[in-house]
Design a protein around this ligand. Sequence first.
Ligand code: FAD
Length: 334
Amino acid sequence: MGETRPGLPFHRLRVARVIAETADARSLVLSVPPALAAEFGYRPGQYLTVRVPGGGGTVARCYSLSSSPHTDTDLKITVKRVRDGQASNWICDHVEPGAELDLTPPAGEFTPASLDDDLLLLAGGSGITPVMAIIKSVLAQGRGRLALVYANRDAGSVIFAGELAALRERHPDRLTVTHWLDHERGAPRGEDLAPLLRPYARREAFVCGPEPFVVVARQALERAGVAPQRVRVERFESMLPTTLDATAEVTLDGQTHRLAWPAGTRLLDVIMSAGLNPPFSCRQGNCGTCACRLVDGDVELVRNEVLEEEDFAEGYILACQAVARTGRVAVTYD
Ligand SMILES: Cc1cc2nc3c(=O)[nH]c(=O)nc-3n(C[C@H](O)[C@H](O)[C@H](O)COP(=O)(O)OP(=O)(O)OC[C@H]3O[C@@H](n4cnc5c(N)ncnc54)[C@H](O)[C@@H]3O)c2cc1C
């Protein structure tokens, strides 16, 4: 179980167990062989990137670790189905105990500076995964007090309901959990959540979930008086700008490939779906590993934390964040 391809940080790990958390969410418990233990060390709140079949090739998606390095021996990710989603449904439908998955080592910055800090936690749906890791670590290893506001469609879709109830019982003075169920109270708005947050407005806040939840959570935090610089956010999807179907001409390892580029998809997914091996790592627009040069056409970067003006001037773009703005786009890695 070593590295699957030279140059890429993927390693093949075995799935030890599959846990049906709810009707549409599964956890995969991953065995890390001793030789990879150091590389797969992690902080609570970090994520892995998983490569799975999709679009005739492979697609890569990020999944946060719901396990805690302080309480769990194995690594665990928790995947919730997204309607028509390629990777989430493939994982929930096909991954059985004993399966092997290609994964990158943990990454990400959605992690508290100290486990002794008091925190305000807001999670929407599958956004509970990194938050769960943080809760377990703080309660086991730190002195911090935690207030969690956790929004879901209905009671049946609450991932980790039992575990959270048990933790609350064990630590009544350190953990409060407020569930918001859309089914009972309608989808939350900023003004609905703000009163629940106000008692904790002096704490650092951690927000995680799909974009619509993040938007509401931010509004609520602002109303509650939490300073924006004290709000940490992990988005489970990016808002893609409106884009068009295009053709990508990709030069990689001396060969040029003409690829169909469906509207709204990222260039990196298009290239990987074609079975090619472009370099990449974080998939978040943070690291620059996937940078290639734009030779023709135009793209928009959904997110960019690494390229600067002079990089753009030289034509560099991030494949993991690029969506097409012209019908034909040519890039080169060479
Ligand atoms: C840092 C990070 C950590 C993540 N951790 C987790 C995790 O722990 N558990 C988990 O289940 N997911 C997590 N995600 C989301 C995950 O990476 C995928 O985006 C998600 O599983 C959908 O992928 P897909 O291939 O099934 O859908 P795609 O085929 O990529 O998308 C299908 C459609 O669904 C929409 N969509 C994509 N993602 C979402 C979403 N999250 N909610 C609603 N609609 C969406 C797309 O816009 C598109 O229209 C994380 C994402 C990031 C960036």
